[in-house]
Design a protein around this ligand. Structure first.
Ligand code: BG6
Length: 790
């Protein structure tokens, strides 16, 4: 049938003549031809390819394939093809003719068994042979779930490769793995069937016109951008994809992936690379582009837990419970919203914050890449005058507007006080839009704004790039693995972190706003109480639970909630102490767990009586205070530098006297003890915050320590089994004199020790923490779910 059609069309002159078709014949095989993606985008993209390339000298046939039997499959597929739309820029008559041809050149195949693949190959060969057509190449578009890739790849490799001289291009859709390991595994499997140059991994954001124009824009505007496209001039960059839709109907996929894997690891990272990579000498050389991109990926600084804020829309849990048949008590920690602060360590970008944000169930649908420049000018005129001209005081920004939102079109915006950009006239035209509209804090009339002459959906752009063999629009194995290598440690570190709940839509208000502080991200407002303590169908695990641990009160919750509870309990204790005695003496431990508390206190407790607070150290490592290992250094970084506490009230441990560290005869412990006696009534701290080590140590009191577990010495030098070995510590008897002792235990790594100490009695020599037992004060345990439940 196809053969007859091709032949008749060639004779009718509807297709290029055989001589004209000298570029050869291209067979496009669409696997998953009746699936959602094919219906929504791929057939339309293939039709567009045909429209654009009908006179290119290539002839085409289109083979839709699926597992469905021939007849029903054929019907399903042609139902889709009949509905193909004509692009608005195409004349209706020409389009109707081309659509008719396209339908005739398309055929359905059932591709299930190896015989089916062999038969398809035979058909293609026969057709070409009988028409005397030279074969240019074959495109196999895998619009199927990744678990089917290996088998299809095997069949194609063994029975559908084109003959020498013709190319093979296989097109693959994400997800390309779930983390670095699974991506490596999948890549290795594919590489046993295909060569790197044969694989086209799709990231449809690379086909979005505004994203695809970032590199050409940078290239064509080098004269303006060269001096300013760097850390000296760029204040920050925002890469954003906000969505209104939620994950309903997709939870079986979404629950395993979440927003970071679904959108940030791929779409937003790709846009980030186009912004940060060095420009290759020649943009048309795909290899150079890909190499520069790889380098940019490799210069990203590793992400820490503190680089991210995550959220989950409130109805997500019930969507998961319904669709995945989970019980009411099922708790998902899959984020549906994430904000991530990324830094590049390249010379060009060091210090510039790149904020990547995406989420479902937000208040609007919009995507953009916004580069905000520093503004050093101070304008002396009145605002009316300032607004009238292209004042240097207005924001300076370049926005690659991906789509939707207020503009509802792809666009490139450049603040008029920056420069008038050079844009390719054949593909982008200058537009005025609604001049009074406010976008990114400026009137639209303050920008030069350009939109594509022909708006194309991402898949049409990508299919055209596959046809042209533009590998730089696709994800290579090296780039894919580099991206997973960057994201995987963060994904692992937050896999059990409870996301902040948000109501969804406009009701989110400011709950998801976040801010950068000391290189970290945090939500700007506290979590709404009604979401923390929902009375509806939410699992009770989201609440803080109160019970007993070692006969003392226990507060337990997911870490974020736990920390906010602890911080407010610390503040309450402080206010009570100040009301009682005018002062609050707080002794703080080091290590990683209290860092979150320090940050919380620094950012959310503006009423904290810092002016009346004395800060003491529970323990210290014998290193200079400026050493990152020092507990004081961490306290300074995460708390002191962000609050106003009088200098006189800060009491670091004297580990560094006479230019040497913790030498007994320098009498550091005695000095500290004296200072405590002098300032703290009865040497009884108002509050001591402790942690627990995996070996049961607390403060710097280790199992079998010779000093500090008992005896009269208030402050002692001790030996740690891990570096730095020497420490200074408050002794157990001094700790036990305190009026309140809070013990904070967080993380899965602490589960075993938590279980163990829940069972043991008073055995400080084995487990120093078990010796914490305030003689007249109160002990409270703050243990997160991971430490408590594993
Ligand atoms: C897909 C994600 O890759 O991109 C979806 O899987 C997301 O979750 C979509 O909705 C966004 O793409 P677009 O083109 O609608 O912005």
């Amino acid at each position: 049938m196809l053969r007859r059609v091709l032949c008749t069309m060639l004779l009718m002159g509807a297709l290029p003549s055989l001589a004209e078709a000298s570029q050869g014949h291209i067979s496009v095989v669409l696997l998953g031809a009746t699936g959602d993606l094919a219906k929504k985008y791929l057939w339309q993209g293939l039709f567009q390819l045909y429209i654009d390339q009908v006179s290119s000298g290539h002839s085409f046939t289109f083979h839709g394939a699926a597992l469905t039997d021939l007849e029903p499959g054929q019907k399903l597929m042609f139902d889709v093809l009949k509905k193909l739309a004509c692009p608005p820029d195409e004349s209706p008559n020409r389009c109707a003719v081309l659509k008719d041809q396209f339908l005739k050149l398309s055929q359905y195949h059932q591709l299930k068994t190896s015989e089916n693949y062999t038969a398809l190959n035979r058909e293609i060969e026969m057709l070409l042979h009988q028409e005397g057509l030279k074969e240019a190449g074959r495109i196999f578009y895998f619009s199927v779930p990744p678990f089917a890739y290996t088998e299809i790849a095997r069949h194609i490799n063994s029975s559908c490769r084109p003959p020498p001289g013709a190319w093979l291009r296989v097109v693959l859709e994400k997800p390309f793995g779930h983390d670095l390991e699974s991506a490596q595994q999948m890549a290795a499997e594919l590489m046993s069937f295909f060569r790197e140059e044969e694989m086209y991994r799709v990231d449809h954001y690379l086909g979005k016109q505004a994203v695809a124009h970032i590199l050409p824009f940078r290239d064509q505007n080098r004269q303006f951008l060269d001096p300013i496209w760097n850390r000296h001039h760029v204040e920050r960059v925002e890469i954003v994809l906000k969505e209104i839709v939620d994950a309903k109907g997709r939870t079986s996929f979404y629950e395993q992936y979440g927003v970071i894997r679904d959108v940030l690891q791929n779409h937003l990272t790709e846009a980030l690379m186009f912004l940060t990579m060095e420009l290759p000498g020649n943009l048309s050389k795909a290899e150079e582009v890909l190499q520069c991109k790889l380098q940019a990926l490799q210069s990203l600084r590793g992400l820490e837990k503190q680089s991210v804020v995550v959220g989950q829309y409130q109805a997500y849990a019930s969507h998961v419970q319904e669709e995945l048949q989970k019980g009411q008590d099922y708790v998902s920690t899959t984020p549906t919203f994430a904000g991530v602060l990324v830094h590049s360590d390249s010379l060009r970008w060091e210090g510039v914050p790149f904020l990547l944000t995406s989420g479902k169930a937000l208040d609007e649908r919009v995507g953009y890449v916004r580069v905000l420049f520093k503004n050093r000018a101070y304008c002396t005129q009145s605002e009316a005058l300032r607004d009238a001209g292209h004042s240097q005081c207005k924001p300076k920004q370049i926005v690659f507007y991906i789509g939707h939102g207020a503009l509802n079109t792809p666009a490139v915006l450049v603040s008029r006080n920056l420069f008038r950009p050079i844009m390719p006239k054949s593909t982008w035209r200058e537009v005025v839009g609604q001049p009074d509209l406010h976008v990114f804090g400026q009137l639209l009339s303050d920008y030069y704004m350009y939109s594509p002459v022909k708006e194309r959906d991402a898949y049409s752009v990508l299919i055209s790039n596959i046809y042209h063999g533009r590998k730089d629009f696709f994800i290579t194995t090296e780039n894919l693995l580099a991206s997973w290598a960057f994201w995987t440690p963060l994904l692992n570190s937050i896999s059990h972190q409870a996301p902040r709940l948000y109501p969804g839509g406009v009701e989110n208000q400011h709950f998801l706003d976040f801010e950068m502080m000391s290189g970290e991200l945090a939500f700007t407002v506290a979590e709404p109480v009604e979401l923390l303590n929902p009375s509806g169908p939410m699992p009770s695990d989201y609440k803080t639970i109160q019970s007993k641990f070692r006969q003392s009160p226990l507060v337990s919750a997911w870490s974020e909630v736990l920390i906010s509870q602890l911080a407010s309990d610390v503040e309450k204790t402080a206010s009570r102490a100040v009301a009682r005695s005018g002062q609050f003496h707080l002794a703080l431990s080091g290590g990683s767990s209290p860092v979150a508390l320090f940050q919380r206190l620094a950012r959310h407790h503006y009423d904290f009586p810092w002016r009346h607070t004395h800060l003491w150290l529970v323990d210290e490592r014998c290193v200079p205070l400026t050493d990152p290992e020092s507990n004081f250094f961490s306290l300074h970084n995460h708390l002191l530098q962000n609050i106003r506490v009088p200098y006189f009230n800060v009491h670091p441990m004297p580990v560094h006297l006479h230019q040497r560290l913790c030498v007994e005869e320098d009498g550091g412990p005695e000095l500290y003890a004296k200072e405590i006696m002098a300032l703290v009534a009865n040497a009884s701290f108002d509050l001591v915050l402790l942690g627990v080590g995996t070996d049961g140590h607390t403060a710097s009191l280790f199992p079998h320590s010779e000093n500090g577990l008992e005896g009269a010495q208030a402050v002692v030098l001790t030996e740690s089994p891990v570096k730095p070995h020497q420490r200074m510590s408050l002794s157990l008897p001094l700790i036990n004199k305190a009026q309140q002792v809070f013990v904070l235990v967080m993380g899965k790594g602490k589960h075993d020790i938590t279980t163990q100490i829940s069972r043991v009695g008073h055995e400080p020599r084995k487990w120093p923490i078990s010796g914490v037992n305030p003689s007249s004060g109160q002990l409270v345990w703050y243990v997160d779910y991971e430490a408590l439940l594993g």
